[in-house]
Design a protein around this ligand. Structure first.
Ligand code: AMP
Length: 178
């Protein structure tokens, strides 16, 4: 959120959109809840349809920040296709690096604060396995395209935000002052 404000572009977080659908009991929410609660990825077809329609809505012409998408190779292919259609291209892929034990600790804390049912220790560990299997390979795909910027993801929110904005600035990505 801070980052999208700094870049003055909308943030599109698939996780947030899924969560709000679950909370509002929509048809999509009913379909995705079972996957989310088990720490599994929502099927690519549902996730891709969601992002495709969001990126075709007004408001993204000046850019956007994707948070939590793409997470699978099929999503990378879909995103390429969506962007080819809208005439956009990716400027950068930010890779936040953090130690697994630290991630479990932080997410468990967040679960207590926000009451997220997908943040029990068991589910978090499973999410990390799914990440290693399905999402980690994307680092190579985007590295080969020269898009990856690696940032230390541990530290206070302000600190990590600053590291990311500095890295974006260094790549010539326009940021608001401050
Ligand atoms: P997040 O808030 O990004 O951690 O996402 C929470 C949950 O939403 C994930 O554990 C998945 O169940 C689901 N989700 C979010 N983004 C995706 C995605 N790109 N592909 C599949 N599932 C997703």
């Amino acid at each position: 959120m801070r980052l999208s404000q700094a870049c003055n572009v909308p943030a599109i977080s698939t996780g947030d959109i899924f969560r709000s659908n679950v909370e509002n009991g929509t048809e999509l929410g009913q379909k995705v809840a079972v996957f989310m609660n088990a720490g599994k990825y929502v099927p690519d077809s549902l996730t891709n349809d969601l992002v495709r329609s969001r990126l075709n809505e007004p408001g993204v012409e000046g850019g956007f920040l994707l948070d939590g998408y793409p997470r699978t190779e099929a999503q990378v292919a879909e995103l390429d296709d969506i962007l080819a259609g809208t005439g956009h291209s990716l400027d950068v892929v930010v890779l936040l690096v953090a130690d697994s034990d630290e991630i479990v600790k932080r997410l468990s804390k967040r679960a207590l604060e926000q009451g997220r049912s997908d943040d029990t220790e068991e589910v978090i560990r499973h999410r990390l396995e799914v990440y290693a299997e399905q999402t980690a390979p994307l680092i190579e795909i985007y590295s080969e395209r020269g898009l990856v910027v690696e940032v230390d993801g541990l530290g206070a929110v302000d600190e990590v935000t600053r590291r990311i904005t500095d890295a974006l600035d260094a790549r010539g990505i326009t940021l608001l002052a401050g």
